[in-house]
Each structure stands twice: as structure tokens, then as C-alpha cells.
Ligand binder design. Sequence first.
Ligand SMILES: [Zn+2]
Length: 284
Amino acid sequence: MTCIVCNAQLSDGLSDWHRTCRRCAYEGAALASAINHAETQALINEDAREVALRALRQQNFRKIVALARQHAAPEARSLLDVGSAHGWFLDAACEQFEAHGIEPDEAMARRSAARGRTPRVGFFPQVLEPGERFDVIVFNDVIEHIVDIRAALRDCHDRLPTGGILVLNLPSSSGLFYRLSKLMARLGLRGPFDRLWQVGLPSPHVHYFAPENLAKLVESEGFALRHHGELPVVSADGLWQRLNMVGKVNPLYAALQYVVIRAVVMPLAKLFPSDIMVCIFNKR
Ligand SMILES: [Zn+2]
């Protein structure tokens, strides 16, 4: 196996499915996707997940829409959200753009449609009309799941005008929590590392990028980096609901966790690179 960024030979990583590039620090995984397979789908309680993640996601999505508007041409109108999930990004984007979503997971697409954001059901770019183009294409926590990422980038290039905007919001291998999970995996505690790669879930991650190797990959497919930033992984907004989401939680224990996260984890995390990066490119 060779590195998709720099073509160097990949080295064995921290698991039999994990590979790393010693030259550019790209990380890859040989993990299979099982979207629309009922068995793995049932592992996720979507209601609990939805409540727990909503506040943080919505806050981050408003920031991403503002960045897209800032970097797009003033006349840019049409936006495509690839993997639009619950439709929360579409909620934020439709205030600034004519926003369209596509979603491969049929159950998720039905949930989105029930709240008034009806996506086209299928994969990018097969579900699009031939020659259909957009001024802005957005991947929120999606690109790291796509095995042939270079083909996806070329499809984006075909579907954007010159100067069109590509937004990638994805996990960062420079992030504090990912680096801690690797340290723990080396000590034999594999749980957090497997969890961050989403091992055993319907759509595991197959890539982990740092800001530098991601920019190198995307720029080699005809884009120029316009902006690189970070988004918070934990937010005070919705944190209480997040701690109380699973079954019957002891309120004292939840309160203790809340205080530790607000007083220790959040200030500490601010000192290190975040686990979520957002990169804005435009088509050259
Ligand atoms: Zn490499």
C-alpha cells in the first residue's frame, strides 16, 4: 500500500488495519463500510446521538457557513452539502445560499425529510444530474470516509466553476484527543483509538489527515488553500444534555463530570490543536 498524498510506502500502524506514512504523516485504515446494513445500523441510537451532538454541530455549522460566504464570490448562490445527515447544515446554509443536500443513508434521509430538509438519496456524484454544477461544495465529516478520495476531489473540481469553493470539515490527526488515543493504544488501551476511527460502526473512517498533508493532497487536484482553521470539539452549549444522554444517569455524577469538563478539560484543550479542522479551498 502506498500513501495517497505523497506515494511513499506506508508502514504498519497501531492495529492490523492501521497504516501510517513516515514521510507526510498521513494515516489510513483498511476498514469496510456497511451503510444501509441493518445489523450495524442498529448499533447507533440515533435519538440519543442527535440530542447529544446537536448544539455543538449547529454552532460549528454557523461558523462554516460564514466562512463559505466570506470566501465565495458575491454572486455564488448554489451550495451542495454532501452527506447532509439530519439537515442541520442545510438549516444554517439556506440563510446564505440556495442549499441542496445528498445523503446515502436511507434511514437518515427519512429523518431529515421529516424535519423539512429533503435530500436526494444516494452517493456523490452518482446521484447528481450529468453536468449539474454548484458554486460551493461542502463535506462535513464525510471526506474521511471516502476510500477513493482523489476521485471525489476530481468530481468536485468538475462540478465547481473556476474560483468555486470546496469546504472540508473533518477530524485532525494533530488534535489533542486523537494524539492521546494513540498514546493509550500504545499502552494497550485500544478503546478510544478504535472509537475515533469508528471501528465496527456503519461508516468507519478510512483516512486521518493533518492540516499540511490534507492541503498537499487537495492542492494536487487543482485547488488552492484559502483558509485553514479549527472548530471546538466540546462546547458548554449542550454539554449538560450530552452528559445526561445515556439511560439513567446519577445527577451528582453528571454534575461532577460537568464541572471537571468546564473547569479542567475545556481550558486545557484550548492550549492544543483541536481535533476538528475546517479547510476552505478554491478551484484554480
Ligand atoms: Zn505520505
